[in-house]
Design a protein around this ligand. Structure first.
Ligand code: GDD
Length: 411
């Protein structure tokens, strides 16, 4: 039997995702028409002998209650939300709920970050893990050497796949490696003993500090409570090269979702995955009564799209949205209850819940997902009046735009 744990973090973690995280927890933000966390959950559902999926976070229970009950019914796998009273770090959060996680007596535990976008090759990882016989296997990917230091950088033995060296977001200019940690792991229950070890070491040090001037020698450890344990710095780094951890390399796609711009890119990656695995989820555009569809597009069944609109590639239209005559949508996410009036154009943008875009208006951007203003974002309930142009900008909730803007953050 195996179980899966998805780390969803909490409200203080999603700040780079503003203004989209102001009224929805980031893990529930829709990508390709489904909450972000649905994508790893669907991947877990395909693991043989999966007994339970746990979401661990420090959001309020009520924020996840509805989601957890509906996804459990839909997928017929029990999904439970476990709330931490405070952040314990990625390993500390897991350890905190070890009794619940071990209730099913799992032989293996999958651990997934909720803010990564990939094909989640979990069955393949499990098979590789069984052949390595270590305590854990990490999903890794090769990235450009310039970008590797934004992630956990690692070196593995090319023959045995053993993890030899691990540095979390190295600050040095020396390039260690171009292989990085994807934030997807599989462990045996021995991981709890390893976390317990770090935690008791911290307790011992704290005692030592009280009786000596040890703290002055170890300022880096001063502020970390004993129950706060990070998987990367506190477990993977010290245990690298000890035949405990191994890597499984994916050659598929992988991205991290920290900003709204990246969520738009990842929405497109998941739509492309649907094209391969479940094309029935995508809009077809067949028939004279339907809008013209180009590329991969998701349209919620309750959305109303005028037959003269032109949609795609990479567009997701959520529940109850109304898309008027002659509207053009390219590379965008249109959230619930949005109205886009006749002949408006939306390109490289995310339009927040209940917003409205007037006739002949344009909401657009350069489409550079890594640039701060490369994707235009409208928060919840923003009104763009008729014939107004909003370019490379972020508009906070409840604003009315009656003049055109470019490269601005409207607070
Ligand atoms: N429940 C809970 N409690 N979740 C947490 C906590 C916590 O205290 N701290 C972080 N998380 C969740 C986040 O929501 C995210 O899904 C995941 O754990 C990792 O978050 P961070 O610890 O902030 O690390 P990161 O995302 O900057 O980097 C990690 O992931 C990268 C891959 O995306 C590292 O492991 C990197 O090495 C790795 O490359």
């Amino acid at each position: 039997r195996v179980v899966a744990v998805i780390m969803v973090g909490g409200p203080t973690k999603g700040t780079r995702f503003r203004p989209l995280s102001l009224n929805t927890p980031k893990p529930l933000f829709p990508l390709a028409g489904q909450p972000m966390v649905n994508h790893p959950i669907s991947a877990c559902k395909r693991i043989p002998n999966l007994a339970q999926i746990y979401l661990i976070g420090f959001y309020e229970e009520r924020e996840f209650a509805l989601f957890v009950s509906s996804i459990s019914n839909e997928l017929r796998v029990p999904v439970r939300y476990l709330k931490e009273d405070k952040p314990h770090g990625s390993a500390g959060g897991l350890y905190n709920f070890r009794d619940q996680i071990m209730e099913e007596s799992p032989s293996h535990i999958f651990l997934l970050n909720c803010d990564v976008c990939c094909s989640f090759p979990l069955a393949e990882m499990l098979e590789a893990h069984m052949s390595y016989r270590g305590m854990g296997t990490i999903l890794v990917i090769k990235v450009s050497p310039e970008s590797a230091n934004q992630f956990g950088e690692l070196v593995a033995d090319p023959v045995t796949n053993e993890l030899l060296h691990y540095t979390e977001k190295p600050e040095t200019f020396v390039r260690v490696s171009d292989r990085i940690n994807c934030g997807v792991y599989i462990f045996t229950p021995d991981i709890f003993t390893a976390i317990q070890g770090v935690s008791s070491q911290r307790k011992d040090r704290a005692t030592l500090r009280r009786v000596s001037s040890f703290e002055a020698l170890q300022p880096a450890n001063r502020s970390l409570p004993s129950d706060f344990v990070r998987l990367d710095q506190d477990i993977l780094s010290p245990l690298a090269g000890k035949k405990q951890f191994y890597v499984y390399e994916t050659t598929d796609y992988w991205e991290q979702i920290k900003t709204p711009g990246m969520s738009l890119k990842c929405s497109g990656l998941y739509l492309a995955q649907f094209r391969r695995t479940s094309p029935d989820l995508l809009a077809s555009g067949d028939g004279t009564k339907n809008a013209a569809i180009s590329g991969n597009v998701y349209i919620h069944p309750s959305a109303k799209v005028h037959p003269t609109a032109k949609i795609g590639p990479n567009a997701s239209i959520s529940a109850n949205a109304r898309i008027g005559a002659g509207v053009r949508l390219v590379n965008c996410i249109i959230l619930d209850d949005v109205e886009i009036k006749e002949n408006a154009v939306v390109i490289h943008a995310i339009v927040g819940w209940k917003s409205s875009i007037g006739r002949w208006s344009r909401v657009q951007a350069s489409g550079d997902h890594n640039a701060k203003l490369g994707v235009t974002i409208l928060g919840e309930s923003v009104t763009v009046e008729d014939e107004v142009v909003v370019i490379n900008s972020i508009v906070l909730p409840n604003k009315t735009m009656n003049v055109s803007v470019q490269e601005e953050i409207i607070l």
